[in-house]
Each structure stands twice: as structure tokens, then as C-alpha cells.
Ligand binder design. Structure first.
Ligand SMILES: [Zn+2]
Length: 99
């Protein structure tokens, strides 16, 4: 078995990018690890997964085509997920640690 192969969900990579981009533009929301995973889980559940086997260098060339197809949906779902998480924070305020 080739050990430089990876199983990647492109949707997950794009969701990570979208959360980081949107969070960097927002100030008054909790940005802890817990809220990051809550946001990511909601977005992943609302978007189609796109699993692909790649070698390491391939990921970022192949993902560009997929990004063009789905970027608008990803940004929309991630924004909705951020709003849901910030309205229904699932932890005590004192647990909030800056991500
Ligand atoms: Zn939080």
C-alpha cells in the first residue's frame, strides 16, 4: 500500500477555509474549539461530502475545480452554521477559550 495516499473530503477542507475566513471578519462571536467543531459539524451535515483519494500535492490543484462549483453553497451554509452556534452556544461562558 502506497503510504503517500490520502482520503480527503474536499467539502471539509472548504468548510475549514470558510470558517476561518468568516471568523476573521467577525468580532462579537465565541471562537473557541467547541464552537469551531459545532459550526463545522452543522455545515458538514448540510453539504454533500466529496471524498477523493489523492496524493499529497494533488489536493490543492484538484480542489480548485470543486471549489468553483460549490464555494457559494459552502459560504452560505457556513454562515448559517456560525449564526446557529452563536445563538445556541453549547457551553458555559467560562469554558470559552479563544481558538
Ligand atoms: Zn465557544
Amino acid at each position: 500500500m502506497e503510504n503517500n495516499l490520502h482520503l480527503k473530503n474536499y467539502t471539509e477542507i472548504l468548510i475549514d477555509e470558510a470558517i476561518e475566513k468568516l471568523w476573521s471578519e467577525m468580532e462579537d462571536i465565541c471562537k473557541c474549539q467547541r464552537c469551531y467543531y459545532d459550526t463545522k459539524a452543522i455545515a458538514l451535515n448540510h453539504l454533500p461530502s466529496k471524498y477523493t483519494v489523492t496524493t499529497k500535492g494533488e489536493v490543492y490543484t484538484k480542489i480548485n475545480n470543486f471549489r468553483n462549483q460549490i464555494q457559494v453553497d459552502v459560504m452560505k451554509e457556513v454562515m448559517k452554521a456560525i449564526m446557529t452556534v452563536s445563538e445556541h452556544c453549547s457551553h458555559n461562558p467560562e469554558e470559552a477559550v479563544k481558538y
